[in-house]
Design a protein around this ligand. Structure first.
Ligand code: NAD
Ligand code: DAU
Length: 353
């Protein structure tokens, strides 16, 4: 692992990963290819932008000429592929970009790796970062394992499932040294406030409605983002090529529990609302997400038993660190809650943010 191509390194998990790797490893070069969509932000990486081990390239993973050139110029031996359209609600209102980037972009990267490495796979690795959403929706019991049948139910998860199948096909057909991680819901610093946790923190701070879809009892398995980064590094360094590793937080929570706990933390840290009420009074049950998956829960025993990885941060610790990060970084929040976010919010929730 000398010359690493990170795609989508200016997004939420990618930027945490770039910072994490540069703090952990001294002998590798990171090239970050990111299109800077609404979800990508150079501010996420200001602290390391001058690091001699780091280079940023603005570009699209669907641009085959650019990707081929990067493989050649940078002698890429490792790919960590985060770049994607990642928000389920946006995939419902506009699926085309998901098909293009998540499927077409992954295909372009796989082809570039196949051509550049040309059958010489010693020391090469292509890690595809995927999601537990490809497995569909669980009932009240059971866990997703690496052999659970795929059953994606949103345009987002269908596009990720398609990309997973392409990755698997390149391993079986061409012997490309692929690895795959399927992870549960992340949370932490630099999370864009279209997703549940940062949206609730931002709205609750500003005394705005807290939109909860349906009955609020859908369950997600939350993992602190730094733990996901550590899992990806463990898979890169110790994983077996051709294998998939599920990554999860062992931490199932109903959405309403998450929203209530953020309200309580903020009430305690910044005081009650001017009306004297708790932020829980801002909770508003709204129309459910179409095709809303009921429950996700990961069995992460394979990565624990085979690679020794397990979450190091409890939800109680992680959510406090996350709220503290948002309280300490109002200028970051202000810079991402811009015109296009306001437009999106109005369209999605039918009101101004
Ligand atoms: P994000 O939306 O925050 O970031 C995506 C990044 O990809 C952005 O920087 C964006 O500019 C970039 N990008 C988008 N299209 C691009 C293109 N065509 N070319 C180059 N760059 C492009 O996403 P995230 O939450 O950080 O997720 C990263 C990856 O992890 C995704 O593949 C997602 O499916 C997967 N994942 C996310 C979670 C989660 O909870 N957020 C959980 C499991 C897996
Ligand atoms: O499980 C991994 C996935 O987690 C990733 O692959 C996705 O990229 C990531 O966006 C996330 O998907 P979810 O749909 O689970 O995350 P989101 O934060 O959008 O929603 C979490 C839950 O909260 C979900 O049940 C829907 C609900 N929700 C979400 C929003 C934005 C609300 O109730 N209200 C909201 O306003």
């Amino acid at each position: 692992m000398k010359n690493v191509l990170v795609t989508g390194g200016c997004g939420f998990i990618g930027s945490n990963f770039v910072q994490f790797v540069l703090s952990q490893l001294k002998d590798c070069r990171l090239v970050n290819l990111d299109k800077l969509t609404y979800a990508g932000n150079l501010k996420n990486l200001v602290e390391i932008e001058d690091d001699p081990c780091y280079r940023f390239v603005q570009g699209d993973i669907c641009d085959a000429d650019l990707v081929n050139q990067l493989f050649a110029d940078e002698q890429i031996d490792t790919v960590v592929h985060f770049a994607a359209e990642s928000h389920v609600d946006r995939s419902i209102s506009g699926p085309a970009a998901f098909i293009q980037t998540n499927i077409g972009g992954t295909f372009t990267l796989l082809e570039a790796a196949r051509n550049a490495w040309n059958g010489s796979f010693e020391g090469k690795r292509f890690l595809h970062v995927s999601t537990d959403e490809v497995y569909g929706s669980l009932g009240d019991t059971g866990l997703f394992t690496e052999t659970t049948a795929y059953d994606p139910r949103s345009p987002y998860s269908a596009s990720k499932a398609s990309s997973d199948h392409l990755v698997s096909a390149y391993y079986h057909t061409y012997g490309l040294p692929t690895l795959m991680t399927n992870c549960s819901n992340n949370y932490g610093p630099y999370h864009f406030p279209e997703k549940l946790i940062p949206l609730i923190i931002n709205n609750a701070l500003n005394g705005k409605d807290l939109p909860v879809y349906g009955d609020g009892k859908n369950v997600r398995d939350w993992l602190y983002v730094k733990d996901h980064c550590a899992a990806i590094l463990a898979v890169l360094q110790k994983g077996e090529v051709g294998q998939t590793y599920n990554v999860g937080g062992n931490n199932e929570k109903q959405n309403i529990e998450i929203v209530q706990s953020i309200c309580d933390i903020l009430d305690q840290k910044v005081g009650l609302l001017p009306s004297g009420e708790s932020r829980r009074s801002l909770i508003k049950f709204v129309t459910d997400r179409p095709g809303h998956d009921r429950r996700y829960a990961i069995d992460a025993s394979k990565i624990k038993n085979q690679l020794g990885w397990e979450p190091s941060v409890t939800f109680e610790e992680g959510i406090l660190m996350t709220v503290d990060w948002y309280l300490a970084n109002p200028e970051w929040v202000a810079s991402v809650v811009d015109g296009s976010y306001r437009e999106y919010y109005q369209q999605q929730y039918g009101e101004e943010v």
